[in-house]
Design a protein around this ligand. Structure first.
Ligand code: ADP
Ligand code: MG
Length: 509
């Protein structure tokens, strides 16, 4: 019998551990994009989740498992370690490698899945930026990676950027803090590996012409160095002290970091102040959004959603001074209906928050062309009909003329009205982790889990009557609207031919 240490999940025993991973039956295997690796790594369907199974030796598997668990406790961006399987034998008694099981990171892409013909400069720069943030975050936790590379990270779309996650911790080491020497050595390995990976792409003609691999290496170094300095450097202020302290904190918030503790020390002559951030945590915007709405999304997505929430407050003056209440209203009348308008069969394409971000972009794009504001339900309908079915074939979308995209707006506006359907705010039906696995036809509708149950309830009497009045007016029309979004979609068949011919910047999956 194999020995399994880790998650309390007896069903793991049922996997065919007596067979080498490379020979596991195809029906268990999930065909998802995977990066380059030394070991055999395969994705395996397991109930509602997908697991990544890596065959390796027993000590290494345990070590990597412990490391990932430690990192996760510190809230570092990495894959979730599930278990280690050892003492594997074939029925004839032959020994098999141990296996490390991690959870497949939903919606993550290895960098090689981010292009279909050639990796573009803009995409590559954004990958490098994400990787430098990841490296700084890991170094702040005292993690020496030892083998930083594009292949050992996973990328998720995060609004217009990417965010990066550690996937291969095999060579890593955790320390109380890292010395400058350790950090620069890690950065040196990173630069060498990445230049190598980019040269490989170049040799295979998988890289856009005009990209200088060495410039990319420099970019990683300078991004890393700038961010590290911003997060850790001591500054001395001698004028306007309170203002300059709050400016430093604000600048860090702007970069997505929360300042948990600040070290402040008066200069020896007593006229100035040394300040140094002592505890910084990533996720300034995502934590704020979580507090207000219970939505658990990535940092840049959160920033985008919070901006939309601010706009909503600016328009709805009657509730704008009550942030929690306005957030609740925005969640139930703007965010959730947008997400619900996406037909189930398209939900595997992007995460909900990413869909929302793209709908906002699409709305802006339509409004520019129509030279007037386009209501959110209309923009959503247009996005679901014109854009989402064609993803990741971005070129096809660009090939569609603006006139075509906007021709229908008046009709859609009539059909959809300007209000989304309102639902019971406590209905627990958000859509966390869409599309981890392709959704089978008979699946339950997707669920967005609110992580916090403390979503503020509408409390104010006069307002709820206003809301009822609004509902009464809008209810019938908008209920029809959401259903017809689904009909609209099914009327559009993605054009398979153009998908094959595509050489869009980033082919999704
Ligand atoms: N939990 C996971 N989620 C998504 N992809 C994964 C996961 N674990 C591994 N992979 C994919 O498998 C590849 C190889 O895994 P890695 O741990 O780097 O193996 P190796 O030690 O052999 O290099 C990664 O680049 C990544 O694409
Ligand atoms: Mg690796």
């Amino acid at each position: 019998m194999p020995h399994i240490t880790g998650a309390a999940d007896a069903a793991l025993m049922e996997l065919p551990w007596e067979i080498p991973l490379s020979a596991w039956p195809e029906e268990r295997i999930a065909a998802l994009p995977r990066g380059l690796s030394r070991h055999v790594v395969r994705f395996v369907r397991h109930g509602a989740t997908v697991l990544a199974v890596k065959e390796t030796n027993r000590e290494i598997a345990y070590r990597e498992f412990e490391m990932l668990r430690e990192l996760e406790k510190m809230d570092a961006p990495c894959v979730h370690a599930v278990a280690v399987v050892s003492r594997r034998r074939t029925p004839s008694g032959e020994e098999l490698s141990a296996a490390l099981i991690t959870e497949h990171l939903a919606f993550s892409l290895p960098y090689r899945a981010l292009f279909s013909t050639a990796l573009r400069k803009g995409t590559l720069n954004r990958l490098i930026d994400a990787l430098s943030v990841l490296l700084v975050r890991l170094h702040l936790h005292g993690f020496y990676w030892g083998d930083v590379s594009l292949s050992n990270a996973l990328f998720r779309r995060d609004a217009s950027e990417f965010s990066a996650y550690l996937v291969d911790a095999e060579t890593g080491d955790l320390h109380e803090t890292l010395t400058t020497g350790q950090r620069s050595y890690d950065l040196e390995i990173a630069t060498t590996n990445i230049i190598g990976e980019i040269l490989d792409l170049q040799a295979n003609e998988d890289l856009d012409e005009g990209i200088d691999p060495f410039k990319i290496g420099e970019r990683l170094e300078s991004r890393y160095t700038q961010l590290w300095a911003a997060l850790t450097e001591t500054e001395v202020f001698d004028t306007n002290i309170p203002y300059r302290v709050s400016e430093r904190v604000r600048a860090l918030n702007e970069m997505g970091f929360d300042v948990g503790e600040l070290d402040m020390l008066t200069t020896p002559d007593g006229t100035g102040l040394h300040i140094r951030p002592k505890v910084v945590d990533a996720g300034f915007h995502s934590r704020r959004l979580m507090r207000l709405t219970g939505l658990d999304v990535q940092e840049n997505q959160a920033r985008r959603l919070l901006n939309d929430l601010d706009e909503y407050r600016a328009v709805h003056l009657e509730i704008s001074d009550d942030e929690a209440f306005a957030a609740h209203e925005w969640l139930t009348s703007i965010f959730e209906p947008t997400i619900r308008a996406v037909p189930r069969e398209l939900r595997g394409k992007l995460e909900p928050a990413q869909v929302f971000h793209e709908v906002l972009d699409h709305r802006w794009f339509l409004a520019q062309s129509a030279a007037e504001d386009v209501p959110m339900p209309v923009a959503t309908a247009s996005y679901v009909k014109n854009v989402l079915p064609l993803r990741p074939d971005e070129r096809a979308v660009l090939g569609r003329s603006l006139a075509e995209m906007t021709a229908e707006l008046p009709a859609l506006t009539d059909e959809f009205g300007t209000t989304f359907e309102r639902r019971d705010p406590f209905e627990n039906d958000n859509t966390y982790a869409w599309g981890e696995v392709p959704v089978p036809d008979n699946a339950e509708p997707p669920q967005v889990q609110r992580v916090s149950t403390k979503v503020p309830a509408p409390e104010r009497e006069p307002l709820s009557s206003e809301i009822k009045e609004r509902d009464r007016k809008a209810g019938v029309a908008s209920a029809v609207a959401v259903e017809s979004a689904i009909d609209l979609e099914s009327a559009v068949e993605p054009d398979e031919e153009s998908e094959e011919e595509s050489d869009s910047e980033e082919s999704g999956f």
